[in-house]
Ligand binder design. Structure first.
Ligand SMILES: [Zn+2]
Length: 283
């Protein structure tokens, strides 16, 4: 049953795998809640459930926390390919699973749609986004423009703490590979790129990068050859080493090569082109 698939996909999102909390989003969403967001506190266990002490916490805060958690669980399930591109995200079913109102779910879906992770269709509802070949090519074009700029800025603003965060993230990636945890590998390797953008300190770039990473994850599911790795860990290591040496030019070049590898591993050129009805029925 498809409902059970949805439930299972979201249930396993609770696994205690370290997940990268996106500080830039948190900053954008609830500036008032966090007086001084720690830029290095991105590597935290999954967001805790809202405090049960209702009287101690304003209801609005609780609602926002619950919403953040639902958002995070759906987001991670998509990132880890537990929710496939094109999957219907039925409002009433999600409301049941998370024990909240449909209005709350609608708000979360609207937020995911705003980030292009979910597509909303009038009358039909919400679906996990299914990027087309054309969109996939656009994503790579955008990444080629953004990521060298991200690394340049990261090198300029590098601190021992930022470097430690990158290395720490890579350890998680290595660990997931050792455990052969493919879902975690896909998620963590995508998050490496978002983390670099976040550490670079430009919130607009970080936000764009985060969206592009998720779209890439969806594209990998749709178009990647089954045997290839999404992001090669050794390439991330080389990029980090170049950053550590403050060699921005080398880091940028390695990143562009890395993006080439990811793009060529996808079968974007061999995919069936859009059917032209006119050509088919002409003559
Ligand atoms: Zn990568």
């Amino acid at each position: 049953m498809r409902d059970d698939v949805l439930k299972a996909a979201l249930a396993s999102a609770q696994e205690p795998v370290p997940t990268m909390k996106r500080a830039s989003r948190a900053r954008r969403q609830d500036v008032s809640k966090r007086a001084a967001p720690d830029p290095f506190a991105t590597l935290n266990p999954p967001m805790p459930a809202p405090s049960p002490r209702r009287s101690a916490t304003p209801a609005r805060l609780q609602r926002e926390n619950a919403q953040d958690e639902i958002y995070e669980r759906i987001y991670v399930a998509i990132l880890e390919h537990r929710l496939h591109p094109g999957t219907k995200l039925a409002e009433e079913r999600l409301a049941e699973i998370f024990g909240v109102s449909r209005a709350r779910i609608r708000e979360v879906l609207a937020r995911l749609a705003h980030e292009q992770i979910v597509e909303l269709y009038p009358q039909r509802g919400a679906f996990v986004a299914k990027p087309t070949i054309e969109q996939a090519l656009d994503v790579f074009e955008a990444r080629r423009l953004i990521e060298p700029a991200v690394l340049r800025r990261l090198v300029q603003t590098l601190t021992p703490e930022k470097l430690a965060r990158l290395r720490q993230h890579q350890e998680l990636e290595f660990d997931a590979r050792r455990r052969d945890d493919k879902r975690a590998v896909i998620r963590l390797s995508g998050e490496f790129h978002s983390l670099a953008a976040e550490l670079a300190g430009n919130t607009a770039l970080a936000r764009s990068m985060r969206e592009l990473s998720v779209l890439t994850c969806l594209m990998i599911f749709l178009y990647d050859a089954p045997t290839t790795d999404s992001c090669r860990a050794d390439e991330h290591t080389q990029i980090i080493d170049a950053i550590a040496k403050r060699d921005a030019a080398r880091a940028e070049r390695l990143m562009l090569e890395h993006l080439d590898h990811i793009e060529t591993s996808m079968k974007l050129e061999t995919a069936t082109p859009e059917v032209d009805l006119e050509t088919i029925f002409a003559g």
